[in-house]
Design a protein. Structure first.
Length: 277
């Protein structure tokens, strides 16, 4: 017996009415029914150029139509008003460096800066050519010199000037040297006076060397120095002064306290006068 029918009979015996809905027998396939109604599907929609006609094209079958539409664009409307400015967006990344631009025109000259520090002294340059010979100067026809090489000590009382020894005579012209320790002017004029003394003191003191004119010190010739005992000190000076014929010119030395002055060895004093005009 067919297994399908055996199961059905077994079901009736076991469950009765409860198996009624389960006992449906599958029959053979029936004939194909008539075709159903046709279907229509909208395909693509394309915007055509303004002024062209609208069109529709079936790209499917008569039973299952697929319609593509071409619809012309409308006339462009007027530009609408500008909308409000939107918020500033975030800062973008820094772009690559551009190429160097053309050089611009020179700017105006700036103010002069402060002077820099003095530089180091440069090397000595080569000697230049000799300059032209200058005009002939005035003839020095009147001059005189007295000096001393002796080392005889000079005892000074406090604040009392004494003559400096000038025992030797140098080149002389139109100046009298007969008077000891002085030169005597024979012509009125303007004279250059050069003088010198070198020696040491027995005590610390202040020494003053001056040129005297007729026993009166010439103020512009005063040289004052604080000297240390037993230390040789040089006094050197020069001045230009007007003298008259008969003036006697000499040197005086004075100490602020009593002292013994020992002249230096060699030429320790001199007095030179030269008429300039």
């Amino acid at each position: 017996m067919n297994n399908q029918y055996s199961r059905k009979i077994q079901c009736i015996l076991e469950e009765g009415k409860k198996c009624k809905d389960k006992l449906q027998v599958v029959g053979p396939t029936g004939p194909t029914g008539p075709a159903g109604p046709a279907t229509i599907t909208v395909g693509n929609t394309t915007t055509g150029d303004p002024g062209t006609r609208a069109s529709v094209t079936n790209v499917g079958t008569n039973e299952n139509a697929i319609l593509n539409f071409t619809i012309p664009a409308g006339v462009q409307g007027a530009t609408g008003p500008t909308g409000p400015t939107g918020p500033t967006g975030p800062r973008g990344l820094t772009g690559p460096q551009g190429s160097i631009g053309l050089q611009g025109p020179a700017g105006p000259t700036g103010p002069t800066g402060p002077a820099g520090a003095q530089g180091a002294q440069g090397v000595q340059g080569v000697q230049g050519p000799a300059g032209p010979t200058g005009p002939t100067g005035p003839s020095l026809s009147t001059f005189g010199r007295k000096y001393d090489n002796a080392t005889n000590s000079l005892s000074l009382e406090a604040n009392i000037a004494q003559n400096v020894a000038l025992g030797s005579t140098g080149p002389t012209n139109n100046v009298t040297t007969a008077t000891q320790n002085t030169l005597t002017i024979t012509q009125n004029g303007v004279y250059l006076v050069e003088y010198f003394f070198s020696g040491s003191s027995s005590v610390n003191t202040e020494l003053t060397l001056e040129v005297k004119q007729n026993s009166v010190p010439i103020g512009s010739t005063t040289i004052e120095k604080n000297v240390t005992a037993s230390t040789e000190t040089d006094f050197v000076g020069s001045t230009i002064n007007s003298f008259s014929a008969g003036d006697e010119i000499g040197l005086t030395l004075q100490s602020s306290q009593a002292a013994t002055i020992t002249p230096a060895s060699g030429t320790n004093a001199y007095l030179n006068i030269t008429r300039l005009s």
